[in-house]
Ligand binder design. Structure first.
Ligand SMILES: Cc1cc2nc3c(=O)[nH]c(=O)nc-3n(C[C@H](O)[C@H](O)[C@H](O)COP(=O)(O)OP(=O)(O)OC[C@H]3O[C@@H](n4cnc5c(N)ncnc54)[C@H](O)[C@@H]3O)c2cc1C
Length: 438
């Protein structure tokens, strides 16, 4: 049987990035992909009038250098995202609807505390190496502590905690009570230690041609090397002769195997020839699952109401909103609210989420032209949304995170500081270089 140089399992941004660089260097590569399409957690469709709709990952920050470099190489265009749209943010709080960018529902005293904590957090993040958070002298203590615990220990009031949690749910992250402080500090250290998560830092740009076009362009170039509708069920690692077996029974032999899978689907594989330590560390990883809801309107009607389409929802099933494109809103249901979402009769879900849009944006929000719902947590080939670090998990996993055990390589956004597109491309391209160097 033919032995390839590399089998890549998974054709998301990470798998495609690693395959692309290997093929460019002359390697014999095959990619196995469970779905009938490439892109994984980036996926797009279009409306009847031809507007692109992103159902997965969308936006990037200035410091997402690997992703930006790849986009430039593919001849695609980076443009400003929703953060440039004029108008006020909307806060759907338990005690009313508020507008303004600096948490208008809080007292001046609370806002002062919030900004003080933001500065303290930025200073702490600046003392952390994002590539080696384990070397921080207080790593274990910082990891054991949740973000919520730390905020309380620093004198956060109830309203400051509410602000942090509401911002968190806007992003569909896990609760501040279940997130490791060390993991959050690491994430912001990677971003340049500006303070708490900031849309201007993390989400200021997007790809004009559509985020999923990045993956689709790479997939097109890889052509016949990608085997679609080929879910893998086992990987056997042996020097010079690894075996990847698909659910169909088809096998692929290679000198190297790259897993480019999210944490959940990776746990489902039977893997031999890899140390227990390596597998245990991979199997610990967890996601914060989420549902994405995308209502499409004829126009960006909220702009004439002085709203910029960015919303933070405390009292809803949706966690928050942002503008994806002209007339198109993106919204996420965070993990804490998935129970309430799942309890809705399936044929009532879109209407229930639309009703919440009306609360935040007025009656015009009821007039959708189309609506898309994508439940990423329930999808067997994702089983989540973005990486989530519970207190204690980052130090429990330790420096094995993001490492390899050649000829078994592990790439994907889960192997970076958090589950974002930058991590997928960065880990993919770095692994390609390491494989070639061997
Ligand atoms: C709703 C949503 C919004 C997001 N928003 C953003 C954002 O705005 N900005 C940002 O940077 N990131 C965002 N993300 C995260 C980002 O999209 C992902 O981190 C990134 O695309 C992951 O790339 P990946 O290649 O590591 O994994 P994936 O894209 O998950 O790719 C893994 C691939 O493996 C395949 N696979 C799974 N199991 C098997 C198997 N057994 N055999 C073969 N193939 C298998 C899957 O089908 C998939 O194609 C978002 C994600 C979601 C879901």
């Amino acid at each position: 049987m033919h032995i390839h140089d590399v089998v890549v399992v998974g054709a998301g941004l990470a798998g495609l990035s690693v395959a692309r660089d290997l093929v460019a260097a002359g390697s014999d590569v095959v990619v196995t992909e469970a779905r009938a399409r490439a892109g994984g957690r980036v996926e797009q469709t279009s409306t009847a009038d031809g507007r692109l709709v992103q159902l997965g990952g969308e936006v990037i920050g200035d410091f997402h250098t690997s992703y930006r470099q790849l986009v430039a190489e593919l001849g695609l265009t980076i443009v400003p995202s929703f953060t440039d749209i004029p108008g006020e943010s909307t806060w759907l709080m338990r005690h009313g609807v508020f507008r303004g960018d600096d948490m208008p529902w809080m007292s001046t005293a609370d806002r002062t505390v919030y900004h003080r904590l933001n500065t303290t957090f930025a200073n702490m993040a600046a003392g952390l190496n994002p590539d080696d958070p384990w070397s921080h002298p207080d790593a274990v203590a910082l990891d054991r502590m949740s973000v919520g615990e730390w905020l309380r220990s620093e004198g956060a009031s109830q309203d400051v905690l509410r602000a942090m949690e509401t911002r968190t749910f806007g992003l569909a992250e896990d609760s501040i009570e279940r997130r490791s402080l060390l993991a959050d500090l690491r994430k912001e250290a990677a971003a340049g230690a500006h303070g708490f998560y900031d849309y201007d830092v993390w989400e200021s740009s997007k790809v004009l041609e559509g985020s999923a076009t990045v993956a689709l362009t790479m997939a097109e170039d890889l052509g016949h090397r990608i085997h679609y509708s080929t879910p893998v069920m086992s990987i056997d690692i042996k020097p010079e002769n690894c075996r990847v077996t698909a659910v169909s029974g088809e096998t692929f032999r290679a000198r190297n195997v790259v897993s480019a899978l999210p944490a959940g689907p990776l746990r489902d594989l039977r893997i031999t020839g890899v140390s227990d330590e390596r597998l245990d560390s991979l199997h610990r990883q967890q996601h914060a699952p989420a549902v994405k809801y995308v209502p499409v309107y004829e126009t960006s009607f909220w702009e004439s109401q002085g709203q910029n389409g960015t919303g933070y929802f405390e009292s809803a099933i949706l966690g928050g909103t942002w503008v994806q494109n002209d007339g198109i809103i993106s919204a996420l249901v965070p993990v804490d609210r998935l129970g309430a979402y799942n309890a809705l009769p399936p044929n009532r879900r879109a209407a229930a989420l639309r009703d919440e849009m009306v609360l935040a944006y007025g009656d015009a929000a009821a007039n959708t032209q189309a609506e898309y719902i994508r439940n990423w947590g329930a999808d067997p080939w994702t089983q989540g949304y973005i990486t989530s670090w519970r207190p204690g998990e980052l130090t429990a996993m330790g420096p094995l995170h993001g490492s390899h055990e050649p000829p078994f390589w592990v790439v994907g956004s889960d192997q970076w500081v958090c589950g974002y597109m930058e991590g997928a491309v960065r880990t993919g391209r770095q692994a390609a270089q390491s494989i070639l160097a061997r």
